[in-house]
Structures are given as structure tokens and as C-alpha cells.
Design a binder for this molecule. Structure first.
Ligand code: GDP
Length: 176
């Protein structure tokens, strides 16, 4: 295990966050490498350790169509391997799609950390109003951490990165 999955419905800011997390230390992003189980979005290398970020397309999809069920199953088995999930939501809205993603995260949740990243806080003028919302979200799932972030301006993204590093073994040589 040396992997972190970034999950969430479309448009919550997953790609923006990933770019922030990787910063200048991008090893792979443009080639979009794909293993049999994982779509690797990027690798953050620091000294001896690496954090591999994976994408799980399909996790937010309704399951009426067979192709969606298939993608969803692939996403679920991909998530089964990670040590940490960063569940990204938009701080301004909670939708039925968010609920759907969260419900899919429940399975196997004991085996990994689940961090809730409440994004776009730069857009929230009344910061006080955020707290009741965070408390509400905290009731939905036993998150290991809830971190308000701004992927756009970088607020608290360092905190997420250090949580990701803590969730990994001392040294991960993922691609020897
Ligand atoms: P994804 O579909 O989850 O990968 O979302 P994207 O990273 O493509 O972002 C969707 C939209 O939200 C884009 O227009 C981003 O510029 C915007 N966005 C992402 N993060 C933030 C943020 O922290 N603050 C604000 N205000 N906008 C953001």
C-alpha cells in the first residue's frame, strides 16, 4: 500500500487539488499511466517516500446502465487497495451525487483512512456559516479528519499532504 485515492463527484475540484498536491514534483501526469486496477494521476516523491495518487472514475455514477455498474465495480475494487481516501466535496453544496459517493465509500472503510476535504472555502464569505455545515457532514460518516481547503489558493493543502504521508508506511518504493 502506498496509494491515496482522490474521489468525489465531478466539478468539486479534484484535478485542481491534485495539481496542488503534486506541486512541482510531478513525476507522471501527462502520460496518464494505467495499471490493470488503477488509473494513476500522479506521484509525489519526497526523499525515499512516494505517494501515488489514483483516480476512480465511475464512483459517482448512477447504476441504471450496465456500463456504469461496470465502471463502478472497477472503481470500488481500485479503492479497496488504497490506504487513504480523500473525499472532496464543494463547501457550498452537498448533493445527491455526494451522498452516492459517500455511500460507496462505506464498504471496507475500516481498512483505510477517509479524509473529508471541504473545498472552495475561498468562495465562502461567511466563514462562521461553515461550521454548522461541517458538523452536519461529520454526522454522516466517521471521517478520520475533516479539512476545509481551497485547492485554488492552496489553503490547507499542505495539511492534506502531511496526512497522506502519515497514512503511508515509512518508505514506499512503489516503482523500484
Ligand atoms: P473535478 O471535476 O472534480 O476534477 O474539478 P476541477 O478541478 O476541474 O474544478 C472544477 C471547477 O472548480 C473549476 O472551474 C475550478 O477552477 C474550480 N475550483 C476548484 N477548486 C477551487 C477552489 O478551491 N476554489 C474555487 N473558488 N474554485 C475552485
Amino acid at each position: 500500500c502506498g496509494m491515496v485515492a482522490i474521489v468525489g463527484r465531478p466539478n468539486v475540484g479534484k484535478s485542481t487539488l491534485l495539481n496542488r498536491l503534486l506541486g512541482q514534483k510531478v513525476s507522471i501526469t501527462s502520460r496518464k499511466p494505467q495499471t490493470t486496477r488503477h488509473r494513476i494521476m500522479g506521484i509525489h516523491t519526497e526523499g525515499d517516500s512516494q505517494v501515488v495518487f489514483i483516480d476512480t472514475p465511475g464512483l459517482h455514477m448512477e447504476e441504471k446502465r450496465a456500463i456504469n455498474r461496470l465502471m463502478n465495480r472497477a472503481a470500488a475494487s481500485s479503492i479497496a487497495d488504497v490506504c487513504m481516501v480523500i473525499f472532496v466535496v464543494d463547501g457550498l453544496s452537498w448533493t445527491a451525487d455526494d451522498e452516492m459517493v459517500l455511500n460507496k465509500l462505506r464498504r471496507g472503510a475500516d481498512e483505510r483512512k477517509t479524509i473529508l476535504a471541504v473545498n472552495k472555502v475561498d468562495h465562502i464569505k461567511d466563514k462562521e456559516a461553515l461550521f454548522p455545515h461541517l458538523q452536519e457532514l461529520a454526522q454522516k460518516f466517521p471521517f478520520d479528519d475533516i479539512v476545509p481547503i481551497s485547492a485554488k489558493s492552496g489553503t490547507n493543502v499542505g495539511k492534506l499532504m502531511s496526512l497522506a504521508r502519515q497514512s503511508l508506511p515509512e518508505s514506499v518504493h512503489f516503482f523500484p
